[in-house]
Design a protein around this ligand. Sequence first.
Ligand code: 5GP
Ligand code: ZN
Length: 112
Amino acid sequence: MSCLFCKIVEGAIPSTAVYQDELCYAFADINPKAPVHVLVVPRAHIDSLHDTGANHRALLGHLFWAATEIARQKGLGQGYRVVVNIGEHAGQSVDHLHLHLMGGRPMAWPPG
Ligand code: 5GP
Ligand code: ZN
């Protein structure tokens, strides 16, 4: 198994856990782009959001719920962003579905 985030989920590669449950694992991004930058990933490997189907609907809702729950715990009531990069044009660099939760500073729109 060569997937970086699968190895992080399994603990084979260390990470700073932020939240975890039976469906997902959330950890601090190693190269944070905001004061709060957390990655929320499903425990089960999925390449990208583009590879999800009707059978993933509940899981996808769960991932967004987890991101928002973390945002509440981190006091991000002033606002934050949940970002999913999908594929080459969006700059997805790790092929294991992940939500970026970013906050703690004002952010420009649109992103680059
Ligand atoms: P993407 O560019 O695929 O949307 O996001 C991948 C994210 O994973 C990047 O923000 C990058 O900093 C983060 N990342 C890459 N390798 C590691 C790692 O080994 N540990 C952690 N915690 N984050 C990583
Ligand atoms: Zn994986």
